[in-house]
Write a protein that binds this ligand. Structure first.
Ligand code: SAH
Length: 331
């Protein structure tokens, strides 16, 4: 796909024509230029020549089609995965990748095992949403989470530019409050985000309540230990007044003991901090197991008793390896 520079091609066209063409791509979600009508032949030829609408991908569905995964082939032959989560309340969330692979090598995550290939371009980020917008129409894509492959804050510029396009009424018109970035904790990204004046949501993959444990699970913690991370979050909250969501995987006997819950209570001492407890999706070849229901209950009770607000993420997409931390293009 090559669409975001279309303004250049249309620069001598009247305003109504530009609007018409953008509407065809980003509202009617056409698959081919032949689906348009009332556009002069010459212009159509020009568009066909310079702005391919084609996106190469393979689709995988769960049995009830609640989750769909697209394995997208990029122009240079590399591949990425993107996931659509269809919720009962008609929300359609696309889980977007920001990089091919990931350099952070979190021990529990399958994407980390792929290594890092490169950052995605703005076009490559946006086309992930286009794939599902075309498939699901007339239903709309309502929510976007940057929780696919890669670390969004290591591709900061392109991720923010893509978000502005998703948010723009002339393009996808997805509300900023319906867009979330998840980061493993890159303080410079958190700092830059607070100055963007974008009402998007910030989520932090925390997964451990102390530096020793977090370092063993997430090597990035050596570079940016919890003190640095929380300093950037305090600044973010002071400036924006927005909530911060902490993702906390529950891994059997590793980070799900009472001591961990108590440490978590201590560090999450701000009313704008929320926790999202995530069941661990087991990965072939990794030693980690999902927490036992009994430990999860105990963990939640400690949070409850100490008035730490939390939610629980539900299991999605495991059948097609589309769940969190399972995205890898190897299989
Ligand atoms: N790099 C960013 C974006 C990826 S988001 C980040 O770390 O936030 C993907 C989320 O899935 C992260 O919270 C990640 O820690 C989590 N995850 C990784 N492996 C997982 C697994 N096996 N089961 C459940 N969640 C996992």
């Amino acid at each position: 796909m090559n669409l975001l520079n279309i303004n250049q091609t249309l620069k001598n066209e009247p305003a109504f024509r530009i609007k018409q063409i953008k509407k065809a791509i980003f509202y009617n979600f056409i698959n081919s230029w032949n689906e348009t009508s009332n556009i002069p032949k010459k212009l159509i030829e020009l568009l066909k020549e310079n702005h391919s609408l084609e996106i190469k991908y393979q689709l995988f569905n769960t049995p009830k089609n609640k989750t769909k995964k697209a394995l997208i082939e990029l122009n240079d032959g590399l591949q990425i995965e993107t996931v659509l989560l269809k919720h009962k309340d008609n929300r359609n969330t696309v889980c977007v990748s920001s990089q091919v692979g990931c350099p952070l090598a979190c021990k529990f995550c399958a994407t980390g095992d792929m290594g890092y290939k490169r950052n995605l371009t703005v076009d490559e980020i946006v086309e992930q949403i286009l794939v599902f917008a075309r498939l699901e129409k007339p239903s709309k894509i309502t929510n976007i989470v940057f929780m696919g492959m890669g670390e969004p804050f290591l591709n900061y510029k392109n991720v923010i530019e893509a978000i502005k396009i998703l948010n723009n009424p002339e393009y996808f018109n997805i509300g900023a409050r319906k867009i979330s970035i998840s980061t493993a904790g890159i303080p410079s990204g958190i700092k830059d985000l607070k100055n963007e004046k974008l009402q998007i949501n910030l989520a932090i993959s925390l997964h451990a309540p102390n530096n020793n444990l977090r370092e063993t699970l997430m090597p990035i913690n050596k570079k940016y230990p919890l003190q640095k991370l929380f300093k950037s979050l305090d600044d973010y909250i002071n400036q924006t007044g927005r909530k911060v969501m902490f993702e906390y995987l529950l891994i059997d006997k590793i980070n799900d003991q009472e001591i961990h819950a108590k440490q978590l209570v201590k560090i999450l001492n701000n009313p704008l901090y929320l926790v999202n407890l995530i069941p661990y999706n087991e990965i072939n070849g990794k030693i980690y197991k999902a927490s036992k229901p009994k430990s999860i209950e105990k963990f939640k009770n400690i949070l409850r008793k100490n008035k730490v607000q939390f939610t629980e993420r539900h299991y999605f997409g495991g059948e097609i390896k589309a769940a969190c931390g399972q995205l890898t293009t190897k299989n």
